[in-house]
Design a protein around this ligand. Structure first.
Ligand code: ADP
Ligand code: MG
Length: 649
């Protein structure tokens, strides 16, 4: 739940002061431990003690820097999950101590330095993770802390959770809009950048719908809420982001598997390195040189720590998702980022996705009734539908709708509406609905979507409505082709004439019209089976009666601002501002992120195996190995952070 997520964030960065400061308390503590241990190590160089006192003195910096690792290793052994990196660090450093004691060299520097570098690496990594989390929590700043309610002429701050649907709230300049609603008084400009990544302010006036999470910049707005807090846009977004990190991608599965197999493999190799060569040498009649092989085996263990890989991959995904959400593209999990990068076919729904879904009534034909009467029947019958057509008809009617006049409403997806208005049966929909009802209808030759009407079982003419394509739809299709998408397809429940003209205007490769929602699923399944190899198919819709297709496609992309809640639920990716151009952008973001993941995997593994080989051959010592490891980690993490920078893709 969202509250839980909020608390978790609060724990991570426990107060505002700390959120603003460079390091968390935990990181500061670690930095102090590192400095103290390093200072002690240097100081000990100048203290001329030998034997047991010397050993005891050197234990002090060792414990200062490594006590938590030793505890973790101990806990791992107790829980029978031995082979983790703490265990590797513990036995390698204890081994280094043991060797120094055995050789009576008194050189304990190595063991301590190894711990020291390891902790420096850990600190660096936690700093980097914290930084990218801060980017996500910047997004979290959309969470409103209160809502203003007017009581006896005074404003009272209440918890947004306690505001009932239909209440009137007041949002002052500079405040966040806490709940979704409709503006009933006031004009203002809104900053929606936290939601959509769009930096241009938007104008808002009386009558407009307004979504929570925007910032009111100039005027005072009175808003009648249309949703509870839990159902409002802000809550939905927070929920999405909360869950995004729990869905693992295949690259992350790879890491999980790797993390299971790798440590034991390394431990057994180290054991073999310590035992086999001395035994073989003894058998061949040579001196065993076992101290040297023991040292190599310990170095091998220290070198093996795969921190760079284990850290940088989830971090890259985290950064990719964070960067995308700043641009108004919400990605529900790292697995979708991976799938998105392989998309070759993009299938669109027409209404509300490529077109605005805001229809204008352009004509009424063949009606025995007055135009106004027909519109009244249509608007009333449509009063409960969330389809864009219904909204337009209600707007064209323009009068208050008295829902009590309407009964027996039945919405037939992809066809239309049946209802009783003042006890008279009314049907409003396409030719399929008329055929289903067995009513003779008159075809229309005007371009546009045709809503046939039947009143009291008799044909009552048709309303011609027309939709316009979104200004950037054509460009969006072009950009997709340029980004390597090989096929674009448009599916629609609308008539062939309208569909074909829109498809031609936009340059879509294939178009299928007159589809019922179930036919859309079938079409998408057919397209899915034509896919070859790794190529993936994305479906983009507004979720109004296409939620099943959204979940059936390899990846479902929903229009978030206009789309229904069902769409946001069913989709894997949500575009906050309904802008089709964002699809190509999302694909580019995912490609960049996945590219970084692979670079890191290859780079980290190559350096790691090279170091292990050098150590086994005796060509590198512990210092070199540690430096290589920290270096790789720093580079991998810096590379991962690049995934956040996606604004100019
Ligand atoms: P699209 O695939 O373009 O999003 P839909 O599947 O939502 O279209 O709808 C297909 C057709 O069904 C519409 O063009 C319209 O003719 C008819 N229709 C669907 N819902 C309604 C409704 N609520 N009122 C009238 N007609 C509707
Ligand atoms: Mg639709």
């Amino acid at each position: 739940d969202i509250a839980g997520w909020h608390i978790r964030l609060e724990n991570d960065v426990s107060d505002t002061e700390e959120r603003e400061s460079i390091m968390t308390r935990k990181q500061k503590k670690m930095l102090i431990r590192i400095l103290v241990a390093a200072a002690l190590l240097i100081a000990l160089h100048f203290i001329p003690v030998a034997g047991i006192p010397r050993f005891v003195l050197y234990l002090v910096p060792y414990f200062v820097i490594g006590y938590d690792i030793l505890l973790k290793a101990g806990r791992g052994i107790r829980n029978r999950q031995i082979f983790d990196e703490s265990f590797l660090m513990a036995i390698a450093t204890i081994g280094a101590f043991a060797l120094a004691i055995y050789e009576k060299s008194g050189d304990y520097n190595e063991a301590i330095a190894v711990m020291l570098f390891y902790q420096i690496g850990e600190l660096f990594q936690s700093y980097a993770v914290g930084k990218s989390r801060k980017n996500i929590s910047a997004l979290m700043d959309i969470r409103p802390d209160y809502a203003n309610i007017e009581v006896d002429g005074k404003l009272e701050k209440v918890d947004p959770d306690e505001v009932a649907v239909g209440s009137v709230i007041v949002v002052q300049p500079g405040e966040k809009v806490p709940l979704d609603g409709v503006i009933i008084d006031g004009t203002s400009t809104l900053n929606t950048s936290a939601l959509t990544g769009e930096s241009l302010p938007r104008d808002a006036k009386t009558g407009d719908e307004i979504i929570s999470g925007c910032i009111n910049m100039t005027g005072v707005l009175k808003i009648r809420t249309t949703k509870e807090f839990g159902e409002s846009t802000v809550s939905k977004i927070l929920e999405l982001v909360e869950n995004s990190s729990s869905r693992k991608s295949r690259s992350e599965d790879f890491i999980a598997k790797f993390a299971r197999i790798y440590p034991p493999a390394v431990c057994y190799s180290a054991l073999a390195l310590a035992v086999l060569p001395p035994v073989v040498r003894l058998v061949m009649g040579l001196t065993s040189e076992w101290e040297q092989w023991m040292y190599r085996a310990l170095t091998f263990l220290v070198t093996s720590c795969p921190c760079a890989l284990v850290v940088s991959i989830p971090l890259s995904f985290f950064a990719g998702i964070g960067g995308a959400s700043k641009e108004g593209v919400l990605i529900k999990g790292s697995n979708y980022l991976e799938t998105l990068s392989q998309v070759k076919t993009v299938v669109f729904d027409k209404t509300g996705t490529l077109t605005k879904g805001v229809f204008e009534v352009s004509a009424v034909h063949h009606s025995p009734l007055e135009q106004e009467k027909l519109l009244e029947y249509a608007a009333l019958a449509e009063c409960a539908s969330s389809h864009p057509i219904s909204k337009s008809l209600q707007k064209a009617y323009g009068k208050e709708i008295d829902r009590s006049r309407v009964t027996d409403i039945e919405e037939i997806s992809g066809r239309g509406i049946l209802a009783k208005v003042d006890g008279v049966s009314v049907a409003a929909g396409n030719h399929k609905l008329m055929e289903q009802l067995g009513i003779d209808f008159i075809d229309c030759h005007s371009p546009g979507t045709i809503i046939h009407m039947a009143v009291d079982g008799k044909y009552a003419g048709h309303i011609v409505i027309s939709d316009v394509v979104k200004p950037n739809s054509k460009k969006a299709i072009e950009q997709l082709h340029r980004a390597g998408v090989t096929k674009t397809v448009m599916l629609t429940g609308d008539a062939k004439k309208v569909a074909d003209s829109v498809a031609k205007e936009l340059g879509v490769d294939e178009v299928y019209s007159d589809l019922l929602p179930a036919d859309k699923v079938e079409k998408v399944e057919a397209l899915l089976s034509q896919q070859s190899g790794k190529a993936k198919l994305a479906f983009v819709g507004d979720g109004i009666n296409d939620a099943p297709v959204l979940s059936r496609a390899d990846i479902g992309i929903a229009m978030g601002a206009m789309g229904s809640d069902a769409a946001i639920e069913a989709a894997d990716i949500v575009l906050m501002d309904d802008e089709p151009l964002q699809i190509a952008k999302a694909i580019k973001i995912s490609r960049k992120c996945i590219g970084i993941v692979y670079q890191n995997i290859v780079f980290a593994l190559m350096v790691k195996f090279a170091c292990l080989a050098l150590v086994a051959l005796g060509a590198a010592n512990m210092w070199a190995a540690i430096f290589a490891d920290v270096g790789v980690m720093v580079l991998a993490v810096l590379n991962a952070i690049r995934a956040l920078r996606v604004h100019n893709l």
